[in-house]
Design a protein around this ligand. Structure first.
Ligand SMILES: *Cc1c(COP(=O)(O)O)cnc(C)c1O
Length: 358
């Protein structure tokens, strides 16, 4: 990519499959714009629902094996809109400690009591479930593939606990959608749990290369949200180009599994090379490859050295991640060539030495 007038290698994009620049995806956006205009003109329930929105919702429901889906303007809007419709004042939310800020904001809006369990720690979650007073309605919240650590939730155990303790489970699979599971349907597919998780959300803005987000579930669930989720009702519908682009991207995810193969081959390569050079990585199992630094200033210094050597990957610092866990969150995509990865690795090694990490 081009940064301040020079070419650098981008190692921080969530466009994991390179679909944001895929000719068919771009073409779908252009055609939808020519046909329907740039803006959707109104909110979904007024006159903003255009044919690309309806087609996308059909495509998402089919892709995810759900009865229905509802497309929102962004993942942030899904989380702040859906969570307060699942749970409210006097109820209880128990969330993984590393949940995304949009999930936390949804929890705040719900006014339910809020507890966190240690990241991925089902024993801790179970202890909190046991300690509940009375028969409070409870919502467990997790990401499927964690955005800043690149590891996955222990979904099978979470489903088991939710069933056993009669709690609801809300999974945010923003990063898993398109890349996890044998057919790219996401982290829930990866764990073979389709059918046991009644609803979940994901975004169109990461591997699908577009913008916006969705929730999938039963017809009743989607109808309920359509009439109650304030961040769905009181905001302008997604531009038709983005909806059309996302539909085109889903078709490519289904038709071109070789993109996922390429992504995972690149991921294995970069992971191994970073680890062999002595970088300290999180326990990642995905194309998100965070190098842990700890100190925020040190992470920024590493990012500066990376840029000087031609790699763009900014430091991720608090409050995005907990104190003392500042990092460079490298991500690799299907679009990287081996030459680019080799060049990036040379730069990362030099920068790592200069920043005193190696
Ligand atoms: C990116 C992200 C979101 C927000 O999605 P947007 O469409 O960018 O608003 C929500 N949850 C997680 C885990 C994310 O990574």
């Amino acid at each position: 990519m081009n940064y301040a007038g020079r070419t650098v290698i981008l190692l921080s994009s969530n466009d994991y499959l390179g679909l944001a620049t895929h000719p068919e995806v771009v073409q779908a956006a252009v055609e939808a714009t020519e046909r329907y205009g740039t803006g959707s003109g109104a909110s979904r329930l007024v006159s903003g629902t255009l044919p690309p929105h309806a087609s996308l919702e059909t495509a998402l429901a089919r892709f995810k094996g759900a009865e229905a889906s509802l497309v929102f303007g962004a993942g942030y809007l899904v989380n702040v809109g859906v969570i307060p419709n699942l749970i409210g004042r006097g109820d209880l939310i128990i969330a993984d400690r590393l949940c995304h800020a949009s999930l936390i904001d949804g929890c705040r809006l719900s006014q339910a009591d809020f507890r966190v369990f240690r990241h991925g720690d089902c024993a801790h979650l179970q202890a909190l479930l046991r300690r509940r007073s009375g028969t409070r309605r409870t919502l467990i919240i997790t990401e499927g593939l964690f955005s800043m650590d690149g590891d996955v939730a222990p979904l099978a155990d979470l489903v088991g606990l939710a069933e056993r303790y009669d709690a609801m489970l809300y999974v945010d699979d923003a990063h898993g959608t398109g890349i996890m599971g044998t057919t790219g349907r996401g982290t829930i597919e990866q764990f073979g749990l389709e059918g046991r998780i009644p609803f979940h959300m994901g975004t169109l803005s990461k591997a699908l290369g577009s913008y916006g987000a969705y929730v999938v579930g039963s017809n009743d669930f989607v109808q309920y949200l359509l009439n109650t989720a304030r961040s769905f009702i009181f905001t302008t519908a997604l531009p038709p180009a983005m909806a059309a682009a996302a539909s085109a991207a889903i078709a490519i995810v289904e038709r071109e599994p070789e993109r996922r193969d390429r992504l995972w081959a690149n991921r294995q390569y970069l992971f191994k090379e970073l680890r062999d050079r002595g970088f300290r990585l999180t326990p990642t199992v995905s194309p998100i490859l965070p190098v842990l630094i700890g100190d925020a200033a040190k992470a920024s210094a590493f990012a500066d050295r990376l840029l000087a050597h031609g790699v763009y990957a900014p430091a991720i610092r608090p409050p995005t991640v907990p104190d003392g866990t500042s990092r460079i969150r490298f991500t690799v995509t299907a679009a990287h060539t081996t030459d680019q990865l080799d060049e990036a690795l040379r730069a990362v090694t030099l920068a790592g030495r200069e920043a005193g990490l190696l």
